[in-house]
Ligand binder design. Structure first.
Ligand code: NZQ
Ligand code: ZN
Length: 386
C-alpha cells in the first residue's frame, strides 16, 4: 500500500428526522447565511419551509440563491459570488444534490478572492488558502459531494466541465435523511446509483497490489447492487434507501481511494459529454462504462477477473481469464439495463455522432488507470457506446 495522510472534516448527521439537528449545527455558524437550492424540488417536498423556519428561529439573516441547475454553470457560480459579496455572507447552506453542493463550493472560494473564481481555480490552478464555510442538507444521492472536497463546474462558454479539489470546501456538516430521497424521480435515483457504482469502479480498477480498500470496495459494490434492486421495486424501502445513501457517501469520501492508484477516465469522458449535452451525470457514466471497460480489460485482466468472480459471482470454471473478465462486464451492463439506466448514447438522447470527435479531442487523458488512452481511443469508446 502507498503511504498516505487521511482526514475528513465533515460531520454527518444521518437518519429520519436528521433535519431537527440543523439548529444545533448552525449555532456555531455566523449570522449572514446564503441559502442555496435547485429549481424547486425542495419547495414541493416541504424541505424549504422547514429549513427557512429553522434559520428564522436561529436568528440568521438569510439571502437566497435559487435555480441552481444540474451540471451547475460558471455563470451560476458568479451569481452566487456576487450575492455573497453584496450581502457579507459568511456561511453557505446548500440544500439539494451534488449540483447545488458543488456550485456552493465554487461560490465559497469565489467569495473570498478578488479575481474571478474560474481564473483562480482553473486557469491559475491556485491553491486558495481559505473559503467560506459550508453546510449541506442532502436531497439527491450519488456524488458524495456531501463529504468530500471536490466540485465539478461547467463553463458553458468554452465547453468545459471540470472539477477542482480543495481541503477548504469540505462541508462542515451534512444532514442525510434517507426519506428526503423518496420523492426523487426513478430516473434520478437510478442515475445516482450508477454514479455510486462508477465511483467505486474508478477507485477499484487501478493498481495490482492486495489492498484493504479494494476489499471494502467489493463489499460496497455488492451492497449497492443488492439495495438498488430493492429500491427500484420499492422506492420507499427505508433500509434500502439508507444503505444507498450512506454507501454513496462512503464511496467518495476519500476513504476507499487512499493508499492505492485510481483511474477516473470514465468520469473524464462523461464530463466532456456533459459539456456538450445536458445529460444526467450517472446516466452518462452508465452509457460509456461497459465500452470503456471492454477496451481496457486486457490491460488489467487479473483485476477484472477478481471483479467478475467476487462482485458478480461469475463462475470461472472452464473459462479463460478473458472470458471470465468479459462476463463480469456483461453482468454490469445487464444490471444497468435491469434498473433502467441508459446503456448507450442513443438512450441518453444524443441525436447523432456529429459531436463525438470534438468530445473525444477535448477529453482529459489521465495516466493513472490500466491504460493511458489517446483521443482516438476515446472516440472509439464513444462510437462503441452509441
Ligand atoms: O433542481 P431541483 O428542483 O432541486 O431538482 C433536482 C435535479 O433536477 C432533483 N432533485 C434533487 N433532490 C430531489 C430532486 N427531485 C425530487 N426530490 C428530491 N429530493 O434531482 C435532479 C438532479 O440533481 P443533481 O444535484 O444535478 O444530481 P447529482 O447529485 O447527481 O449531481 C450531479 C452533479 O455533481 C457532479 C456531476 O458532474 C454533476 O455536475 N459530481 C460531483 C462530484 C463531487 N462533488 O464529488 C463527483 C461526481 O462524480 C460528479 O462529477
Ligand atoms: Zn460521479
Amino acid at each position: 500500500m502507498k503511504s498516505f495522510q487521511y482526514r475528513n472534516h465533515t460531520r454527518i448527521v444521518f437518519g429520519e428526522g436528521a433535519l431537527n439537528s440543523l439548529a444545533d449545527e448552525l449555532r456555531s455558524c455566523e449570522k449572514n447565511i446564503l441559502l442555496a437550492y435547485g429549481k424547486g424540488a425542495i419547495k414541493r417536498e416541504g424541505i424549504y419551509d422547514a429549513v427557512i423556519k429553522i434559520l428564522a428561529d436561529c436568528g440568521k439573516n438569510v439571502t437566497e440563491l435559487s435555480g441552481i441547475m444540474p451540471n451547475p454553470t460558471a455563470a451560476k457560480v458568479r451569481e452566487g459570488v456576487t450575492l455573497c459579496k453584496e450581502n457579507n455572507i459568511d456561511f453557505i447552506l446548500a440544500v439539494g444534490g451534488g449540483s447545488v453542493i458543488d456550485c456552493c463550493k465554487a461560490i465559497a472560494v469565489g467569495a473570498v478572492v478578488e479575481e474571478d473564481f474560474w481564473d483562480v481555480l482553473y486557469k491559475a490552478h491556485k491553491k486558495v488558502p481559505k473559503a467560506l464555510r459550508i453546510g449541506t442538507v442532502l436531497t439527491m444521492v450519488g456524488t458524495g459531494s456531501e463529504m468530500n472536497g471536490n466540485a465539478v463546474i461547467t463553463n458553458e462558454e468554452i465547453k468545459v466541465k471540470a472539477g477542482f479539489n480543495s481541503p477548504y470546501v469540505y462541508p462542515m456538516f451534512s444532514i442525510l435523511d434517507p426519506t428526503f430521497t423518496y420523492s426523487l424521480p426513478q430516473y434520478q435515483m437510478v442515475s445516482g446509483i450508477c454514479d455510486i457504482l462508477s465511483h467505486l469502479m474508478e477507485l477499484y480498477f487501478s493498481g495490482e497490489d492486495d489492498n484493504v480498500s479494494d476489499d471494502l470496495n467489493e463489499a460496497l459494490m455488492k451492497s449497492i447492487v443488492k439495495n438498488a434492486r430493492i429500491a427500484v421495486k420499492n422506492p420507499k424501502d427505508y433500509d434500502a434507501r439508507s444503505n444507498i445513501m450512506w454507501g454513496a457517501t462512503l464511496a467518495l469520501n476519500d476513504m476507499l481511494g487512499v493508499g492505492k492508484a485510481q483511474d477516473w477516465e470514465v468520469h473524464q469522458i462523461e464530463h466532456q459529454l456533459g459539456a456538450y449535452y445536458d445529460v444526467a451525470h450517472g446516466m452518462g457514466l452508465a452509457a460509456v462504462s461497459a465500452s470503456y471497460y471492454r477496451f481496457i480489460c486486457k490491460d488489467g485482466l487479473q483485476k477484472f477477473v477478481k471483479y467478475a468472480v467476487n462482485v458478480w459471482n461469475v463462475d470461472p470454471k472452464g473459462k479463460t481469464d478473458e472470458q471470465t473478465a468479459l462476463e463480469g462486464i456483461e453482468r454490469l451492463e445487464a444490471f444497468f439495463r435491469e434498473i433502467g439506466a441508459s446503456t448507450s448514447m442513443r438512450e441518453l438522447g444524443i441525436p447523432d455522432k456529429s459531436k463525438l470527435s470534438e468530445i473525444a479531442e477535448s477529453t482529459n487523458l489521465l495516466k493513472s488507470g490500466y491504460r493511458t488512452l489517446t483521443h482516438e481511443d476515446v472516440k472509439n469508446i464513444l462510437e462503441a457506446s452509441f
